[in-house]
Write a protein that binds this ligand. Structure first.
Ligand code: DDH
Length: 284
């Protein structure tokens, strides 16, 4: 029936603070998952939603949240990210006005900050698309490859060497799962805290090929930690290694550069109307 005009709900900063706090609360409430936190997998969801961006065609990126749909949800790189999408579904039900694409990136910001990371300024403005905006498979990095592949994949998103190395520090968090990527294990001893340990371990440990039936990966002498071939490419390549050394020496420098590059990542391809970015307070 036509007639009664529906007043559009215009959310304010306070409304997004409520979402941030709800995600932070759920991170504490559901601490039985994996290493004790959904934080890492939320970060990976936000990154894989954003990292499909192509500067040439201006397709992909966090705008759209097309990973909700097949075929993108079934792309090999996205294996396991249903856990993160399902974790956020009750938040979407509480705040039905938020787009999935804003929710996923804001949840990534929340996870990073709540896991001890730097402040990541964020702004709303992403709109969800339909299945026709799904990106083709192959836009996200392939862990079996080397520096040439990294420069080609991240160059397509618009990132330089320094930014590639800074972004990779996210592997301080979380782990590989044999039933997802096929790889196994965490990169650091504190996978639910963002630190510069990823870089410290890359340069400080001796890494050997793991002898097993799974995909080729490296292990340290304790056999508790792992590195992917793409992680090792960051110390094999002289230009990348300069930045690894810098971030290994100084966590503050890493945090500053990491924040800048994650802001850029989460905003790739988004037609923002709002210029101002907001800073969310870490929830107790
Ligand atoms: Fe990653 N990542 N990532 N990664 N990533 C995996 C897990 C996590 C690559 C491959 C893998 C970034 C870059 C790269 C996180 C964040 C980020 C896994 C294991 C693979 C494989 C998945 C599984 O089995 O569950 C490759 C290759 C690259 C690259 O070439 C540079 C970046 C840029 C980020 C980011 O967030 C900015 C996080 C967090 C995880 C842990 C997920 C979890 O469930 O735990």
């Amino acid at each position: 029936a036509a007639g009664i005009p529906v007043k559009e709900f215009v959310p304010t900063q306070e409304d997004y603070v409520k979402i941030y706090n709800e995600v932070a609360k759920r991170l504490v409430d559901f601490d039985e998952y994996d290493d004790g936190s959904y934080g890492p997998v939320l970060v990976r969801l936000a990154w894989h939603a954003s990292g499909t961006y192509d500067v040439e065609t201006k397709t992909g990126g966090s705008n759209g949240a097309t990973m909700r749909f097949q075929p993108e949800s079934d792309h090999g790189a996205n294996a396991g990210l249903k856990a993160a999408r399902d974790f956020l579904e009750p938040v979407k039900e509480l705040f039905p006005w938020v787009s999935y694409s804003d929710l996923w990136t804001l949840a990534g910001v929340c996870a990073l900050q709540q896991m001890g990371g730097p402040v990541i300024p964020w702004r709303p403005g992403r709109a969800d698309s339909d299945v026709s905006a799904c990106t083709p498979d192959g836009r996200l990095p392939d862990a079996t490859k080397e520096q040439k592949h990294l420069r080609s994949i991240f160059g397509r998103m618009g990132f330089n060497d320094q930014e590639i190395v800074a972004l990779s520090g996210a592997h301080a968090l979380g782990r590989c799962h044999t039933d997802r990527s096929g790889f196994d294990g965490p990169w650091t001893f504190s996978p639910t805290m963002l630190t510069n340990d990823y870089y410290k371990l890359l340069v400080g440990e001796k890494w050997n090929w793991k002898k097993w039936n799974g995909p080729a990966q490296y292990e340290d002498k304790t056999k508790a930690l792992m590195m992917l071939p793409t992680d090792m490419a960051l110390i094999k390549d002289k230009e990348f290694k300069k930045w690894v050394d810098k971030y290994a020496k100084d966590q503050d420098v890493f945090f500053k550069d990491f924040s800048d590059v994650v802001v850029k990542l989460f905003e790739l391809g988004v037609p923002f109307k709002q210029e101002e970015r907001w800073v969310f307070k870490v929830a107790e």
